[in-house]
Design a protein around this ligand. Structure first.
Ligand SMILES: Nc1nc2c(ncn2[C@@H]2O[C@H](COP(=O)(O)OP(=O)(O)OP(=O)(O)O)[C@@H](O)[C@H]2O)c(=O)[nH]1
Ligand SMILES: [Mg+2]
Length: 294
């Protein structure tokens, strides 16, 4: 697979968004960081701890409906061991949302008390919602405040500018555009972010992503391969004499067969099959899948 580290994907608006975020940090006391529960570490901005010192912090593991439940508990422990509060969420159907406000109040209790002592009333906690593209920041905000106020979409880069949203008299949220970092030290991080849809698909090669996903299934979720009639025997095929054939390409043939993706002459349409596979993975149709363990 070509190295995702070499992809030049960093669009200009990301640089702008990062500068904006640094400026806006002065306006808030709480950082609500949204990550994708399918890869909670890869989907965290590595700069965030450095940028958000001296702020109250919470991490929401969103899209928990798509992630593997068992591994989720390992992640919870991972963050709590670091002293970071985490909550699991499904912002799409509002599961887990009612735990958020009490957690916010608990985290910011001393600030609320200090205000009361000083006689400052009606001063809401101001929180910035941050995270990489497409993790569900805007969907969370809409669900949380019960109004469709922030624009959402199933591709990265939907939110272009910041927007203040009043949840109630106690809390105001700042929706921000997703920010990615300019380069991935670890190619697997880039791969996971591509798989969850945080990198623009236009610059990615679907067959490569799909091939990597199938390899991951082979290791971690072998039952999913069975669904595509990819049996163990396939990996015993002697491909040493065959041109352009890899185990990944053999698996992709099976996937194309399963989805009935054929070209005019009857050969497999691997690109279309790969896009279908990625869509089904992203939409949770292949089951609850987590891409990394603590
Ligand atoms: N299954 C599932 N889908 C979700 C959840 N939260 C958000 N989504 C979907 O994820 C996609 C991205 O949601 P957005 O809220 O636009 O994401 P964002 O983080 O604001 O993205 P940018 O503004 O591009 O940075 C949309 O298609 C949402 O419907 C969730 O908890 N579960
Ligand atoms: Mg958004």
């Amino acid at each position: 697979m070509s190295d995702i580290r070499n992809i030049n994907w960093y669009p200009g608006h990301m640089n702008k968004a990062k500068k904006q975020m640094l400026a806006d940090l002065n306006l808030v006391e709480l950082i609500i960081e949204i990550v994708d529960a399918r890869c909670p570490l890869s989907s965290r901005n590595p700069d965030i701890d450095r940028m958000c010192k001296n702020k109250y912090r919470m991490v929401l593991l969103n899209k928990a409906d798509l992630a593997d439940k068992n591994i989720g508990n390992e992640w919870k422990k991972y963050f709590e061991d670091k002293g970071i509060s985490v909550l699991f969420l499904n912002s799409k159907n509002k599961e887990g949302l009612r735990n958020v406000l009490p957690k916010v109040k608990e985290l910011c209790a001393d600030k609320i008390e200090r205000n009361l002592k000083r006689g400052i009333k009606n001063q809401p906690i101001r929180a910035m919602v941050v995270g990489i593209p497409n993790v569900g920041k805007s969907t969370f905000i809409n669900a949380f405040c019960g109004r469709n106020i922030a624009k959402t979409g199933d591709k990265p880069g939907v939110t272009k500018g910041k927007q203040w949203i009043k949840v109630n008299s106690d809390l105001e949220l700042l929706d921000t555009p997703g920010i990615l970092w300019p380069k991935f030290e670890d190619a697997n991080v880039g791969l996971r972010l591509a798989l969850i849809g945080s990198i623009n698909d236009n610059i990615l090669i679907p067959e490569e992503l799909a091939g990597s996903l199938l390899n991951y299934f082979k290791k971690e979720y072998p039952d999913i391969l069975k669904k595509f009639s990819i049996e163990d025997e396939l990996f015993e095929t002697d491909i040493s004499e065959m041109q352009f054939v890899t185990y990944e390409s053999l698996m992709l043939d099976k996937v194309a067969e399963y989805y009935n993706c054929l070209k005019k002459g009857g050969s497999y349409d691997i690109v279309r099959a790969s896009v279908r596979l990625l869509d089904d993975f992203r939409g949770g149709k292949l089951g609850r899948i987590t891409l990394e363990r603590p």
